[in-house]
Design a protein around this ligand. Structure first.
Ligand code: NAD
Length: 287
């Protein structure tokens, strides 16, 4: 193997330690303890695990755990009422509606009830617009984690040719926007892209957010390129990504493993967003 490994676990731990200090300083200076309201509707086992992990991490960072749990059969009106209450509550810095919600609910309209200054997932239309216009706001967590990894390993972004594979609202589009805002030259590839391997071979940085296990092989990668694997696939041998790690690591300059690459960054950036949300609300209240 020739590629250096981008250690997401170590970067995430460093981000979280730094946040602990920043949260304590903000709390001491303003009397405001940042608080995260995770909202879980129903008992989807995977969602329960994710939410528990977010709550535990927020408490470890010195934040208040303002978790809310509604029953599986909660009506649209009940969830709306809860979200409106959290939006109006000044002790709530960040609101995270855990997705997916049960099928009888309209997730898109629920998400829109989160005000932009509390939108720690960065998924509302307002947050997406702020990102597109490169205006201050809260950015989606996994894409922010990708940028944090590149910065931590001093991978030049400005002027770099980047191919983002995937155009989802959750990962592909926002990561491409963040990279454009940092002056990269970005190509967004997707399921209809022709000659994907050839497109990717021009890239200094590849960000794979495809959801197809092992799609990115060595022939996609220019020697020395940086490869960021957002994909997560569970199999009998454990977790793997969208990138054929063993093959690509022979060609790339830097590569993220799965697990231990992008994955740990998502919660770290959620915590960063929650602190940023508390700061943003404090700034807005002072205007
Ligand atoms: P998605 O299914 O919403 O989007 C996948 C995108 O890939 C689509 O835009 C599609 O056009 C494109 N695509 C699909 N097949 C393709 C192909 N053969 N060639 C080129 N493009 C193709 O998925 P998503 O939500 O963006 O997630 C992508 C992956 O990232 C999944 O494996 C998901 O589990 C993972 N993920 C990880 C994290 C994390 O914290 N690490 C967070 C979110 C998503």
């Amino acid at each position: 193997m020739t590629a250096g490994i981008i250690d997401g676990k170590a970067v995430a731990a460093r981000v979280r330690e730094g946040l602990k200090t920043e949260v304590a300083a903000f709390h001491a200076a303003t009397g405001i303890q940042p608080g995260l309201a995770t909202v879980l509707v129903g008992g989807d086992p995977a969602s329960e695990v994710y939410v528990a992990s977010k709550r535990k991490s927020s408490v470890a960072a010195g934040m208040a755990d303002l978790h809310q749990h509604l029953a599986d059969d909660a009506s649209q009106a009940e969830v709306e009422e809860l979200l409106k209450g959290l939006a109006a509550d000044s002790s709530v810095s960040g609101i995270l509606l855990q997705l997916p919600v049960p099928k009888h609910l309209d997730a898109a309209s629920l998400v829109e009830l989160i005000p932009f200054e509390k939108d720690v997932d960065g998924l509302t239309t307002m947050s997406v617009g702020l990102l597109a216009q490169n205006k201050p706001g809260l950015r989606p967590c996994t894409p922010s984690g990708v940028i944090e990894l590149l910065d931590s390993y001093e991978v030049p972004i400005e002027g770099a040719n980047v191919v983002v594979i995937g155009r989802s609202e959750l990962v592909g589009r926002p990561v491409a926007q963040l990279l454009v805002n940092r002056n990269a030259t970005v190509t967004i590839a997707h399921s209809r892209t022709k000659n994907l391997a050839e497109v990717c071979r021009g890239a200094d940085i590849i960000v794979a957010a495809v959801g197809v296990k092992g799609l990115i092989t060595a022939e996609f990668v220019k020697p020395g390129a940086t490869v960021i694997d957002v994909g997560i696939h569970r199999g009998p041998e454990g977790l793997s990504g969208d990138v054929d790690f063993a093959g690509v690591a022979e060609v790339a300059g830097l590569i993220t493993p799965v697990p231990g690459g992008v994955g740990p960054m998502t919660i770290a950036m959620l915590l960063a967003n929650t602190l940023r949300a508390a700061q943003l609300q404090h700034e807005l209240a002072a205007v």
